[in-house]
Design a binder for this molecule. Structure first.
Ligand code: HMG
Length: 390
């Protein structure tokens, strides 16, 4: 049976962020509530020149080479921040990256679960077409609104993954358990640019889904917590992951508990500085783990994906030999170190900026945007994108 999984993986984040201590002071909240109670240090803020398309395209730009660009025959774009009810965000990315034309391109939506659905479908596609390479994109801008309880859990960013046979980073195993339940824990009606959420209920449902799919996984595979080196969770904010790990940890022996806790702590470091990036959050956690730890070939990583509404899945991957040679950690470090810290007033201004919806033409000031791919304006309801590198 051909091994299929993640051949390359990278992320992109906007060049602005807000420090959670600043936000806490501005909102009259004890800073420890945000940094410890919620578990976030910084929050990425997308400028008006960065949207889900550009974030995803920038993430992909840094992992693909010419051979990939010629080989990709399927682009799947997971997002819940779609910019169009009809056209897939992936089609813009396809052009911006100069991918070969004989490819399929679609957008996938199920809240934060979209990219996992894409990853699993990519796997099926490659099982039938082993020469194929699939570009899976996960890109979102999490918005709850200024001065809301959810504000501290906002964020923006994208992850790009190249899925192929005989992957260099991690194979995805076949055992996987999933659950769908029609609930209203978090949703965003098509007329709203901010999410509606029942915060406490969403936390409870997330944990109930973890328990359900994990119990089912154990039942179906006869594996236990001791078979895992690490478990990555969807991270709407890192404290949610802490709670999820806590629900499982008692099942492991002492060494397992220590190992899973240490590796979990590494998996949340990037998210602490970015915030929720919805469908990309689980994969940002995986990148954080892969880049910050020296994992051994053959080690098993568990992944819990959750998309409100709700769909949850537990699935697993196996680390490949010399996987570290294929990561982009230095580039990712530069992305973090080159960011500009916004005051809360500046963040509020950036957050409130909007593109016109009346068909008028606007040319954006892109001077301060260091990303190679950006939104340069809008004309007659059509977003204008540019890639400095093409
Ligand atoms: P809240 O009401 O502001 O916070 O909402 P809280 O009062 O529950 O406090 C949060 C934590 O801070 C508590 O810890 C407090 O004790 C602690 P906990 O009891 O939970 O362990 N705390 C302090 N800690 C230290 N020092 C202090 C202090 N004060 C309080 N001084 C909430 C928090 C997360 C509900 C809110 O931000 C929210 O609604 N966020 C959005 C919803 C969300 O992220 N839900 C997560 C599960 S659903 C999901 O993951 C899907 C999602 O990604 C969407 C998708 O699928 O597309 C959201």
């Amino acid at each position: 049976m051909v091994k299929i999984g993640i051949d390359k993986i990278g992320f992109h984040i906007p060049h602005y962020y807000v420090d959670m201590n600043d936000l806490a002071v501005a909102r009259n909240v004890e800073p420890a509530k945000f940094t410890i109670g919620i578990g976030q240090d910084e929050m990425a803020v997308a400028s008006i020149t960065q949207d889900p398309v550009t974030l995803a395209a920038n993430a992909a730009l840094n992992i693909l080479d010419e051979e990939d660009i010629q080989a990709i025959d399927f682009v799947m774009f997971g997002t819940e921040t779609g910019i169009d009810h009809s056209k897939s965000a992936g089609v813009y990315v396809h052009r911006l990256l100069g991918l070969q034309p004989n490819a399929r391109t679609i957008e996938m939506k199920q809240a934060c679960y979209g990219a996992t659905a894409a990853l699993q479908l990519a796997k099926g596609h490659i099982a039938l077409n082993p020469e194929s390479k699939v570009l899976v994109l996960a890109s979102d801008i999490a918005r709850y609104g200024l001065n809301t309880a959810g504000e501290v859990t906002q964020g923006a960013g994208a992850v790009a993954m190249l899925i192929s046979a005989n992957p260099k980073i991690m194979t995805i195993e076949n055992d996987s358990t999933f659950l769908t339940d029609d609930i209203m824990d978090f949703w965003r009606p098509t007329y709203s640019d901010i999410a509606y959420v029942d915060g406490k209920y969403s936390n409870e449902q997330y944990l109930a889904f973890v328990k359900h799919v994990w119990d089912k996984y154990k039942e179906e595979t006869n594996l236990s917590l001791d078979d895992f080196t690490a478990i990555c969770f969807h991270l709407p904010y890192t404290k949610m992951g802490v709670k999820a790990l806590r629900t499982l940890l008692d099942e492991g022996n002492e060494a397992t508990q220590e190992r899973l806790q240490t590796n979990f702590d590494e998996s949340i470091q990037y998210s602490r500085k970015v915030g929720n990036i919805y469908t990309a959050s689980l994969y940002l956690g995986l990148i954080s783990l892969l880049e910050r730890k020296e994992l051994e070939a053959g080690e098993r990583i568990g992944l819990f994906s959750y998309g409100s509404g709700a769909v949850g899945e537990f699935f697993t991957g196996i680390i490949q030999e010399n996987y570290r040679d294929h990561l982009n950690d230095h580039y990712h470090e530069t992305l973090f170190s080159n960011r500009t810290r916004l005051s809360v007033e500046e963040y509020e201004e950036v957050f409130s900026a909007k593109l016109p919806t009346d068909g008028s033409t606007v040319t954006l000031n892109t001077e301060n945007d260091p990303a190679p791919i950006y939104l340069s304006g809008i004309t007659e309801h059509m977003r204008q994108y540019e890639n400095k590198k093409l």
